[in-house]
Design a protein around this ligand. Sequence first.
Ligand code: C2E
Ligand code: MG
Ligand code: MG
Ligand code: MG
Length: 288
Amino acid sequence: RAKAWGRGTLCVFEPEMDTHLRARLEMEQDLRQALAQDQFELAYQPIFSVVTGALTGFEALLRWNHPRRGLVDPSIFVPLTEDSRSIVEIGAFAMRQAVADIAALPGDLKVAVNLSPVQLAFGDIIGTVEAALRDSGLPPERLECEITETALFESEQTSLAVLQRLRDLGVRIVLDDFGTGYSSLSRLRLLPIDKIKIDRSFVLDATEGSASAAIIEAVTVLTGRLGIATVAEGIETEEQWALLARTSCAEAQGFLLGRPLPIAEAAALARAGAGVPVALARRFSPPA
Ligand code: C2E
Ligand code: MG
Ligand code: MG
Ligand code: MG
């Protein structure tokens, strides 16, 4: 970076920048050992049917248990692993672990695994998924691969072809963080996707009569016509949940409904045949 400033330029970093840069370098260093040292774990956030209130599955979310820093957020370390391409191996670990964990649960719950565009461009994601399904016995239709709208928008034809091959295996493709990128509705029709996940930012602003509520309603109706399912993320309030229940959105996840959980707690939910928390479930009981 300093080079780009030209010859003879003295490169002086601000003290905070120095600290920031050093922290980043240190983290990149530590990331190289992290996989071998078993420092990655998955948290499972429950996803529920908006129609019946039943648990439909979990989203697997990567956690880095750093020996000194404690739990490091994926928003911090995933970009670093993409720069170094180590996300290919880390992502393969997440895929194998998530598929094996969910296959061991009772019922026919689904698991959603996040994919980095780097895994589509450089790794053997098809081989990884095939092996994970074969070794665990999980039926392919119970695996959902999430890819963000921005990543998909920027993807080359080859990455789209990889997604299509995953679909050919029977795996479902979900467009994550929908609404934050630039997919026109006409382009949606051309993408190899089965479901869209409406971004938290729309849910956040979704109050009665708001523009965001109108957008959610319109998107669920339109995607429904295209044969694409919808799930909403980031449900935090009862108002948002009630509002969502009046749209055609099929599924929802968020802190109100359930936090990301260690596998043991996720398994307990699954064994209990859990639905949405009781107070929210009342709306599903038949009218008196
Ligand atoms: P995402 O795929 O959109 O995942 C949802 C994120 O929103 C999660 O953050 C989840 O904890 C958080 N969330 C869920 N419900 C609520 C809510 O009601 N309110 C709020 N404020 N947040 C909520 P997390 O676990 O920190 O993950 C952040 C991002 O990191 C994910 O966004 C995903 O893009 C990425 N990520 C996570 N795991 C993996 C992975 O295995 N591979 C790759 N490539 N990326 C991952
Ligand atoms: Mg996701
Ligand atoms: Mg998301
Ligand atoms: Mg998001």
